[in-house]
Design a protein around this ligand. Structure first.
Ligand code: SF4
Length: 291
């Protein structure tokens, strides 16, 4: 099996999605409060020459996913510009399979360099849009760009010739899992030029439960018992529900003639990190400055 490599320029993520599975990443830094994940952000030190040398370890055709444990285009990117410099290095490579996952329209800043990289490599961008309901998105993903901005990014990337997959991850029972909600996202994805659409059910590891359950208590108190019953036993939903969602998503995707997210998905564990372990640490600015 081919290696899948990951690149995460930041540790922690200012977008602060209530369901975020990546909060565990701060536990490695002995930061046990799961909310610190969105307040204490670490920007990794980037050395183009060292990164270029790291890339020499890859075989032709191997996959590199950027943004598996934080959003690479979160607000910190405006200040640190690490993604821009990473892509500058990729622009000199050939034969790689590069994927980027983000919720931010800031990715369009790099559309031109991505198009350049795509001439010598395979490139695709996953844009996550969990709902088109802007008020619901604001609750679930408090500091992420609005869904309409993300759709605008889909259009601009598609116009630049970059294949885009819209991900409606995660699908949360009785929150964004209705046929209507998923259909709206998929219809918009097709309209704005995406080539693929995927969605998979929520999973909630204990560190994520510590944020998600209090959020439910505040905003969706009628769902608390059901969620606790299911997720306290197992972080992953099993049985009929995931099968039903898979079937629903497949049907919707066929309706709009979009592809599924292609192979080369990253494993949640067992990743090979391509990046320096040294950081610059900073605290998120007040919400009004970072939004
Ligand atoms: S954008 Fe991704 S990494 Fe950032 S908080 Fe949301 S789910 Fe977590």
């Amino acid at each position: 099996m081919q290696n899948i490599w990951t690149v995460n320029p930041y540790r922690g993520c200012e977008f602060g999605c209530k369901y975020c599975y990546a909060r565990y990443a701060h536990e490695f830094m002995e930061l046990r409060d799961p909310e610190l994940f969105e307040r204490k952000i670490y920007a990794k030190r980037f050395e183009p020459a060292a990164f270029r040398a790291e890339l020499q370890r890859l075989k032709r055709g191997e996959t590199v996913w950027i943004g598996t444990a934080t959003d690479p285009y979160q607000p910190a990117e405006r200040r640190f510009q690490i993604m821009r410099r990473i892509l500058g290095v990729f622009a000199g490579e050939r034969g790689l399979d590069i994927g980027i996952t983000t919720k931010s329209d800031l990715v369009v800043r790099d559309a031109e360099v991505l198009a350049r990289i795509a001439r010598q490599n395979r490139v695709r961008v996953n844009l996550t849009i969990t709902t088109l309901d802007e008020s619901l998105a604001r609750l679930l993903e408090p500091r992420a760009p609005r869904p309409s901005l993300r759709l605008g990014a889909v259009r601009k990337l598609a116009d630049a010739g970059i294949p885009v997959c819209v991900l409606a991850h995660p699908v949360m029972p009785l929150i964004n899992d209705s046929e209507h909600s998923l259909d709206r996202v998929c219809a918009a994805a097709a309209k704005y030029g995406a080539v693929a659409f995927s969605a998979a059910p929520l999973f909630l590891k204990p560190c994520s439960q510590q944020v998600f359950f209090p959020f439910l208590e505040e905003r969706f108190p009628h769902l608390v018992r059901k969620y606790r019953e299911r997720f306290e036993r197992n972080a992953f939903l099993r049985g009929q529900y995931p099968e039903m969602i898979q079937e629903r998503v497949k049907k919707i995707r066929e309706r709009y003639k979009l592809a599924a997210r292609d192979a080369g998905e990253w494993p949640l564990d067992d990743q090979l990190d391509l990046f320096s372990p040294e950081y610059t640490e900073f605290n998120r600015r007040p919400a009004c400055e970072s939004a």
